[in-house]
Structure formats: structure tokens, C-alpha cells
Design a protein around this ligand. Structure first.
Ligand code: CTP
Ligand code: MG
Length: 220
């Protein structure tokens, strides 16, 4: 099985609030996008396409290996992945779609995703259990009910797909549609999405506290 990687790195990082795009923000001196690309490669995925903010192409090229393909991202994550997918070779069997915002994803997670694809899953995502009591509130913030926690999962990346299946799902997705991940994209055409265990170390850097935790994790 030949798998290619896509890294979604075209967001601005509003919630992190840095003075540059989130994917360029350094963690232990290395930009988040570089960590994400290196993680995919450490997991055995060498062909990588990165969706970047169009105006920042040169800054991204300067911090990534020369053999990484850069494409202009779009206004939403969905648009960015769609653009990157168009640049993935039609000769690969599988595509792993990863967030630049998950810099410390261990190779084991990538290995589990690849193994599920090799075993025939058309779509697979790494997941973690929900450990907090999870409730529903009304507009006033008052609890109206609780969700049973046992069947709930938090979804991480990289998410793996049979390439042709992912291409077909994006082809059929309306142009302006915005979904938060790619499992949701293939779900719209009825594809069954399998799960494998994720890893807390693959946490997403969203706010400043997440970056502080990541710095502790790498011991810098
Ligand atoms: N992303 C992207 N293109 C966009 C928006 C997001 O490629 N138009 C990417 C981000 O770069 C990130 C991943 O999708 O790696 C997950 O998105 P998120 O964590 O929300 O990052 P941002 O959108 O950059 O952050 P924020 O929502 O706080 O602005
Ligand atoms: Mg966002």
C-alpha cells in the first residue's frame, strides 16, 4: 500500500492569537507545520502535500523540506484539504489527512491508521474516550440533560482514507460546504468510518495553554 499525506496548515490561528499563522508558530524552536510533516514521515508517509495560506507560501517553503509539495489553502479547512487532495498523485492507494496543529503525534498512531487501511478499511480515524461528564445546556447555560459518555469519542488526526473514496466524497460535496474533519466528508456519501486508539500526545494546539503543554511535553 502506498500512502500519501496531506497537512492542513492554512488556518490563521485566531484562538492562539500569535502574530503569525499558527502553523508557523515555533514549538521548541521548530514550526508546528514542520513537526507535523516530520511526524508523518517518521510514521512512514513520505509523499506530503501541505495546504498553506496563499500569502505565506515563501515563509512555509523556508521551513519545510524541498520535496514537500505546497498548495494554496482555502477559506475553510474543507477548502484547504480539497485543494491539497487535487495535488495528490492518482497512483497512491491511501491518503492520511493531518492537522499542522497536532505537532506531537506519535508514529504509533500513524502506524495504527495505516494498518487499518491495509486491512481494508475505506476510512479510519484515531479516537480517545471522553473522560469528563458531558452535558447539554440551553441558551442560558442551564443544564438540560447529560450525554451517556460510554459511546462518545474525541476525534484526532491523521485520518486515513482509501484515496479514490476520499476523492469521490469531495467531488460530491457541495462547493461551499464546511465540515470540521474528513471523516464527516466521507460520511456524507455513506462510507463506514472505523476507529483506532488515538493518543493524548497528539492533542491539538488551539489556545496558548495547549502550546505551553506541548513545550512541556518536548521538555524544552
Ligand atoms: N486549516 C486550514 N485551512 C483553513 C482553516 C484551518 O488548513 N482555512 C487547518 C489549520 O491550519 C489547522 C487545522 O486546519 O492545522 C485545524 O484547524 P484549527 O485548529 O481550527 O486551526 P485554525 O483555523 O488556524 O485556528 P482558529 O480556528 O483558532 O483560527
Ligand atoms: Mg479553525
Amino acid at each position: 500500500m502506498h500512502a500519501a499525506g496531506i497537512v492542513a496548515a492554512a488556518g490563521s490561528g485566531l484562538r492562539l492569537g500569535a502574530d503569525q499563522p499558527k502553523a508557523l508558530v515555533p514549538l521548541a524552536g521548530r514550526p508546528l507545520v514542520r513537526w507535523a510533516v516530520d511526524a508523518l514521515r517518521a510514521g512512514g508517509v513520505t509523499d506530503v502535500v501541505v495546504a498553506v495560506p496563499a500569502v505565506e507560501r515563501a515563509a512555509f517553503a523556508a521551513v519545510l523540506p524541498d520535496d514537500v509539495v505546497l498548495v494554496d489553502g482555502g477559506a475553510s479547512r474543507t477548502a484547504s484539504v480539497r485543494a491539497a487532495l487535487a495535488a495528490v498523485s492518482g497512483t497512491v492507494d491511501a491518503v492520511l489527512v493531518h492537522d499542522a496543529a497536532r505537532p506531537l503525534t506519535p508514529p504509533d498512531v500513524i502506524a495504527r491508521v495505516l494498518a487499518a487501511l491495509a486491512a481494508g478499511a475505506p476510512a479510519v480515524v484515531p479516537v480517545l474516550p471522553v473522560v469528563d461528564t458531558t452535558v447539554v445546556v440551553d441558551d442560558g447555560g442551564v443544564i438540560t440533560g447529560a450525554l451517556p459518555r460510554e459511546p462518545l469519542r474525541r476525534v484526532q488526526t491523521p485520518q486515513g482514507f482509501d484515496r479514490a473514496t476520499l476523492v469521490e466524497a469531495y467531488r460530491r460535496l457541495p462547493a461551499g460546504a464546511e465540515l470540521t474533519d474528513d471523516a464527516a466528508v466521507v460520511h456524507t456519501i455513506g462510507v463506514e468510518v472505523a476507529t483506532v486508539p488515538g493518543d493524548d500526545r497528539a492533542a491539538k494546539v488551539t489556545v496558548a495553554h495547549d502550546l505551553a503543554l506541548a513545550e512541556l511535553q518536548v521538555g524544552s
